[in-house]
Design a protein around this ligand. Structure first.
Ligand code: GLV
Length: 324
């Protein structure tokens, strides 16, 4: 009988989802439900929809904890359509024999590109310039208008030298930047032309500090008031990791008092950040709505990989990319 493999719930429609589901034969073999509502399903709706499911395909905004897993004892696989999995209790999943999939690799270039979009926007006041023109404030060429920071010869510090951090380093070389990173072997540093430094030197020496660490208990508010106090007064902080890696109150204070020069954030704590949040009103803080992997190509490849992980998990096969 068709569709008797069990139930699957997919928490958002993503690009090329139908093609990926068809390619893996999931529509024919399983009862697949795709959430078509506005925004993400609420935690209560997610739990209700997951009842009886053997697999779920999740996004970064879907909280999946041990209680959820206990309430869905049929679950064999949680397939996250993202590289970060901080919304899922990985250890609880492992204890219960639930495989967790994720999508590393396919979003690396898109996220590294966005890092440079923010870095350049911060360095060269791109958004302030566009706002000025739109507001009718451009009165003609001015020799001192919106002078920015050169990238050539500037020092880029990379916190989190994984796939994305390494790809950002390669892009930085093209801009003739000096690149620092920490927690990498001397061999790796030599091979990549990157200088290995400790955390404190990374903070002290960077003109641009770019965050690419996963959110874990040890990285929660890693960039706090003490860390910000070590940074250069004109430094720019770029956060492409998770909002919770930076203490938002401390960041506000550092930007407001000129302790650091600028911040450009792809991620915030909380998300979405309210329009009346103090950080949103700061002229030296640029915030975009978690767009790191938001290209057609990356999101299509993420969907394909997430569906491949889901298909493998529900069939009891090894996942192409397992996070736990
Ligand atoms: C996006 O934030 C991701 O983790 O893929």
């Amino acid at each position: 009988m068709a569709n008797d493999g069990g139930k699957l719930f997919i928490t958002r429609r993503t690009i090329s989802l139908d093609e990926a589901l068809a390619q893996h034969g999931l529509m024919a073999a399983f009862q697949v439900e795709i959430w078509e509502g506005e925004g993400a399903p609420s935690p209560a709706t997610l739990l209700e929809k997951a009842q009886g499911c053997v697999g779920i395909l999740t996004q970064v905004v879907d909280p999946i904890d041990a209680a959820f897993m206990d309430a869905v004892p049929t679950l064999r696989v949680i397939s996250q359509c993202a590289v970060g999995v901080n919304n899922i209790d990985l250890a609880a999943a492992r204890e219960r024999g639930i495989a967790v999939g994720h999508t590393p690799g396919v979003l690396t270039d898109a996220t590294a590109d966005m890092t440079f979009a923010l870095l350049l926007a911060a360095a060269r006041h791109v958004v302030a310039g566009a706002d000025l023109v739109r507001a009718g404030g451009w009165r003609g060429w001015e020799p001192m208008l919106l002078l920015g920071k050169a990238l050539q010869g500037a020092t880029l510090g990379i916190l989190g030298y994984g796939r994305i951090g390494q790809t950002v380093a390669r892009r930085a070389k093209g801009f003739d930047m000096r690149v620092l990173a920490h927690r990498l072997s001397p061999e790796r540093a030599a091979q990549d032309g990157v200088t290995a430094v400790d955390f404190e030197a990374l903070l002290r020496e960077s003109d641009f500090l770019s965050l690419h660490v996963p959110l874990r208990p040890e990285t929660h508010h890693l960039i706090d008031a003490a860390a910000l106090a070590l940074m250069k007064r004109d430094a720019a902080l770029i956060n492409m990791a998770r909002g919770e890696v930076v203490d938002p109150q401390a960041l506000y204070k550092a930007l407001h008092t000129g302790q650091i020069g600028m911040a450009a954030l792809d991620v915030t704590e909380p998300e979405p950040i309210p329009a009346d949040h103090p950080l949103v009103g700061l002229p030296n803080c640029l915030i975009v709505p978690h767009l790191g992997s938001a290209t057609v190509q990356a999101r299509r490849a993420m969907t394909q990989l997430a569906v491949a992980n889901l298909a493998a998990g529900v069939r009891g096969e090894p996942l192409p990319h397992r996070a736990n």
